[in-house]
Design a protein around this ligand. Sequence first.
Ligand code: S3P
Ligand code: PEP
Length: 448
Amino acid sequence: MTSVNNPLPRQEISGPATARHSSRLAGRLDAAADKSCSHRAAILAGLAGGVSHIEGMLESEDVLAALRAVEALGARVERTGPGQWTIEGGKWRDPDEPLDMGNSGTAARLLLGAASRFSLTAVFVGDASLSRRPMERVLAPLKAMGAMTGAAQGGRLPVRLTGGNLIAIDYTPPVASAQVKSAVMFAALGARGQTVVREPVPTRNHTENMLPLFGGNVSVEADPAGHVITVPGGQSLTACDLAIPGDPSSAAFAVAAGLIAPESELTVAGVMTNPARFGLYDVLKEMGAHLEFTPAGSRCGETLCDITVRTSQLKGVDVTALRAPSMIDEYPILAVLAAFAEGETRMRGLGELRAKESDRLSSTAALLDANGVKVEIEGDDLIVTGVGLAGVPGGGRVETRDDHRLAMAGLVLGLGAQAPVSVDETAMIATSYPGFFDDFSAIGANID
Ligand SMILES: O=C(O)C1=C[C@@H](OP(=O)(O)O)[C@@H](O)[C@H](O)C1
Ligand SMILES: C=C(OP(=O)(O)O)C(=O)O
């Protein structure tokens, strides 16, 4: 990637870290750019004819992996300033080397779909965590469309993909996954015929929302049986300029810190309010959180708000399985907040957490257990017994298992706990939230 005149700031932080009890967290943070929207912007700009300008791109390791792959597949990719990227897209070709997806499930699955519409062969590889995660969920529909794939045992990376000459399918994904939906939608753009994706439980809809900005044609019918997304084949996209909204999943960490650290009041500005991503905030309101949402305009068709949070004594709640897709990445931090609530919180239907960067059902339970919090897994449910704002012992060492959200959730727990909490590794925080340590230092959190 041409970034000689605009080098990326180096992410120096790695190794263990310790969070200590902190109070009076305060200040105003700009929300980190949204990871899901950044991935889609990089890929759609890479597919579109002409030059797209993207403002406020998330420059995290996951998104950089997608940008490098888009370039290796034939697009011209240039960083023109902090968060500013120019991408000239078009027809994709065989990359010279395997495409390294790093730690990113979204990059791997969306790019497998996007690449499969072209007559090319590419090999996709990833780090140890990503190489344990299931890829068959995207390979199956892509094979049904005519792509040829070879995967490591159990449908894992490395995956070799040969695309081109695809035909449309009518597909109901067996798991609620925006990544699977988006992979099929990207492939559908180049297929013969009209592809239909049926989602019994709707997942984040950023691909549906962003595709029309690039001149793409997609229709969504919402009815009580779910969403039906139709993508005509044979489409060409055209370049566009867009700005990335703030990430509700990253914002959740500072909001959580503001809820549990005594005498705190802080604002996270510019957070996307898309209901398919806002489930955590709805649940927090039910738990009694003092949250204020102030409208803050829109970016690329997504509305934004500033979230102001004050320290709050939360109460335990029952979170239904239907909510899971709208807050799927937020369960580690919700489980931490549940420990500081009064009473039991039961989070239902979390089977999909087993397919994330770590098995997040067991790693979240282990995080709490190591810090003196009573937690159980019953089937696909996680049950946390809260002990109130001042009652969480802490003092544990969290095993992060290559999982950025575990590392951030563990550190937030330490800000409210009685004894310091350490996490064994922090390098992977840069996969989604490279500004985490700067932001937490700016609000006065005691982390070193
Ligand atoms: O489409 C996306 O951008 C994402 C979808 C979710 O994954 P699944 O589709 O596997 O649920 C989420 O966990 C991930 O962080 C980002
Ligand atoms: C699950 C996540 O991301 P991905 O699937 O892209 O690795 C996440 O960011 O929590």
